[in-house]
Design a protein around this ligand. Structure first.
Ligand code: ADE
Length: 476
């Protein structure tokens, strides 16, 4: 595994306290974490090394790191540190406290004209900078446009960015499909190539979306979305501001060389001179106070993934408030996402709690081959792993089993005796402290647990998921 060394990486996972989960997809988890020494908050993107090498995603991740570390502009997330341990890569990024622009569009149904104008202008400046750096983002969309504490944009997610030719990695295929269907430019669909003006198409889609709440080529299936894109089949509502209609019409042009902002159309100077941007202070936009808009509930208390957010510094790591790790499955699907995992991975032998009888039988019989089955009492083991249990000055290694029921028991693996159980109730709460340390709070006691392998987040998430499942079933 190659080292990730091009940005300062003097820090390590133990230098950060995890406050909460910010987001998650198949490839990465992003957590909010506090640097213990400085007290500063960061968004840490965590990637699983094994998964990356299995799926041949390493070059993509390296490219992302390479691109972000080159960007020095207020409208992009900044990469502060990178480090790794045996299992994971960590990217420590600036934390954009107000989350995704998409949440604001959704919370407002569509944005007021002044807001759409302001944020379009910020995106234009960001794209102008990328253009100077010969970088094409290729997945520009409101989910990747984050908002800082003072409501300026910070663009993120450079996993599919295209670099200048001299910086391209050999494995990079310029012809592969990248991006998100509704923002994909026609040239990518017809010639399978993106070019310097491809992000301008996405800009056109975003301006339209900010002003209407919908993307211009939305449809039920990707196939129809693509059909609409290549035939430029979109309509601006007649009520839309005329300058905005004109701008969108000049950005959503099939030939990239004819798009406003492209070199042939006078570059970014012509784009910035469009009447839609009249009154924009291009020199000092990042210092201006952005126009007000309604805050989404994510910023008021709940984020799009269902996790609570904090409002004050004290709330951040407090177990009973926003600092506690929360269920993240809301954005994925309604059913609990406790998938069957490989027992070798120490995950468990279960895992959807909604398994069919047949599937449950199959998993129970697999579990029966293990030495831990005798402690499970006929229940599925939902998660298993060795943890250190700290009490006062004593520190003991115990095998922890999260069981259906739900139950959490811990076993002395040298004597194979059950040593205790964490009592379940609705009040049980987990709290991630660092990547290795987490707490389980129950009335009258807090269990202080350490996972040397750095799986504290996974433990808390699973416990919270199980708790939520039983609460929803009225079984807690
Ligand atoms: N989600 C993903 N990256 C983030 C960041 N840098 N700040 C806030 N939320 C994020």
């Amino acid at each position: 595994m190659e080292k990730f060394t091009s940005v300062p990486n003097k820090k390590g996972p133990d230098d950060f306290m995890v406050a909460k989960l910010l987001g998650e997809d198949e490839e990465s988890t992003v957590v909010l974490a506090q640097d213990v020494s400085s007290g500063k908050y960061y968004a840490i993107k965590i990637l699983d090394q094994e998964k990356l090498s299995q799926e041949d995603k390493l070059s993509q991740v390296k490219k992302e790191q390479h691109v972000i570390s080159r960007l020095e502009h207020p409208f992009f997330v900044k990469l502060h540190y990178t480090f790794e341990d045996e299992k994971r890569l960590y990217f420590v990024l600036s934390y954009a406290k107000n989350g995704e622009l998409l949440s604001y569009i959704e919370a407002n149904t569509y944005l007021p004209l002044e807001c759409a104008k302001f944020y379009s202008a910020e995106i234009v400046l960001a794209l102008e900078y990328l253009n100077c750096m010969h970088i094409i983002h290729r997945d520009l969309k409101p989910e990747n446009i984050l908002l800082t504490d003072d409501m300026h944009i910070q663009i993120t997610d450079f996993g599919t960015a295209k670099l200048p030719p001299e910086n391209r990695t050999n494995s990079e295929r310029t012809t592969s499909f990248v991006g998100t269907a509704e923002y994909v430019p026609p040239e990518l669909l017809t010639t399978k190539r993106s070019c310097a003006s491809s992000d301008l198409w996405a800009l056109g889609c975003i301006v339209y979306q900010m002003l209407t709440g919908k993307t211009p080529f939305h449809d039920d299936s990707e196939y129809f979305v693509f059909q609409k894109i290549v035939s430029r089949d979109f309509k601006c509502p007649t009520t839309m501001n005329e300058d905005a209609q004109d701008l969108i019409g000049k950005l959503l042009v099939v030939d990239p060389d004819d798009r406003l902002g492209s070199a042939r159309q006078g570059g970014f100077d012509r784009l910035k001179a469009h009447p839609f941007f009249r009154g924009i202070n291009w020199q000092n936009l990042h210092k201006e106070t952005p126009p007000m808009m309604h805050r989404p509930s994510s910023v008021l208390g709940k984020d799009r993934l269902g996790s609570e957010t904090f409002k004050t510094a004290e709330d951040r790591l407090s177990p009973s408030k926003g600092g506690t790790m929360r269920r993240v499955s809301q954005g994925m699907d309604k059913q609990l996402r406790l998938q069957c995992s490989d027992p070798e991975d120490n995950e468990g032998y279960g895992l959807s709690l909604n398994l069919s009888e047949e599937e449950k039988e199959r998993r129970l019989s697999k579990q029966a081959e293990t030495p831990w089955n005798k402690f499970a009492d006929g229940r599925l083991i939902l998660k298993i792993g060795e943890l250190e249990k700290k009490r006062g000055l004593s520190l003991k290694y115990r095998q922890f089993l999260l069981l259906e029921g739900p139950r959490i028991i811990y076993i002395d693996s040298s004597t194979m005796e059950i040593k205790g159980e964490i009592p379940w109730s609705k009040e049980l709460m987990t709290e991630v402290k660092t990547f290795k340390v987490f707490l389980v709070h129950v009335p009258g006691r807090t269990y202080h647990l350490i996972d040397r392998k750095g799986n504290a987040i996974k433990w808390c998430r699973k416990i919270e998921e199980v708790k939520q499942f039983y609460i929803e079933q009225n079984r807690l």
